[in-house]
Every structure is written in C-alpha cells, then in structure tokens.
Ligand binder design. Structure first.
Ligand code: SF4
Ligand code: SF4
Length: 139
C-alpha cells in the first residue's frame, strides 16, 4: 500500500491521474482540494514513480494504518479570482524557473495568473500585434 509524506505533497493530482484502480480519490470544493489514498493492494507503483515531489512510498499492506488524506486551499488568480492551483504547486514552479522568466514582456507575474486568463491575455496581445503589423504595412 501507499505511504504519503504529507509535508512533501504538492496537491498536483498526478498520482490520482495515473492510478489505474481509482485508489486515489480527489475532491474539489472550489476553494479546497483534498486527496485521499485508499489502502491499495495492487502495488503497481505508478503513483510512486510519477509523483514529482517523491512524497509516496510503497509499504507492506497493513489494515490498521489509517488511510491518509491531505487538504489544500486553492490559490486565487490575480486577475479573475478563480481558484486554480495549490500554493505548493506554484512555489515549486517558482523555484525551478529563473526569476527573470517569472514575469512576461509586459511585467505580468504569469505564474500567479490562471490558465484561462493567461490564454485570454496572450490572444489579446497577438491580436494587438497583428493589427499593429497591418497598420504599419498600409500606405
Ligand atoms: S503526485 Fe505526489 S505531489 Fe502530486 S498529489 Fe500525488 S502525492 Fe501529492
Ligand atoms: S500503487 Fe498503483 S494501484 Fe496502488 S494507488 Fe498507486 S497507482 Fe494506484
């Protein structure tokens, strides 16, 4: 079965995404995200292999050990306020990306902006560039 080091878990859902037996249950309320690991007998090891934080280990099955659960508050997007990621996930991204790449060409702190707002901003910029390019070409 799986042992979880909750202090390392990022709340990223990779383990529940790869579990072929639905042993890792995720619940989102819109404000929080919980992950619950059922006692697993399969021992396929996929979740252990794919956890980016190395928070999981395979241990011998023991009925007396409580099933672990972690719960995170979701961080709100700086622009629209929708909650899209856990703080440990965002901190992890910030820790691996050089500081000069954490803001885009217009100074936007893009890691703290949700994917939907990022796509909208990029589309608006692309449209602006296109219009600008066309107006430069016209006589
Ligand atoms: S893959 Fe690892 S870090 Fe991500 S939710 Fe599962 S245990 Fe936590
Ligand atoms: S070991 Fe395999 S079956 Fe068990 S929880 Fe992990 S991914 Fe699921």
């Amino acid at each position: 079965m799986i042992k979880v080091d909750a202090s390392l878990c990022l709340g990223c859902h990779s383990c529940s995404n790869v579990c072929p037996s639905q042993n890792i249950v995720r619940t989102e309320t819109g404000v929080t995200r919980s992950i619950h690991w059922k006692r697993c007998k399969e021992e396929c090891d996929l979740c252990v292999e794919l956890c980016p934080a190395k928070a999981l280990t395979l241990v011998p099955f023991d009925e007396s050990v409580p099933e672990p659960e972690v719960c995170f508050y979701l961080v709100a997007c700086k622009i629209c306020g929708s909650r899209y990621a856990t703080e440990p996930m965002l901190k992890r991204i910030e820790s691996v990306i050089p500081a000069n790449l954490q803001k885009d060409s217009e100074g936007l702190d893009w890691i703290r902006v949700c994917p939907v707002c990022r796509r909208t901003i990029e589309a608006e910029r692309a449209t602006r560039q296109m219009v600008l390019g066309r107006s430069r070409k016209s006589p």
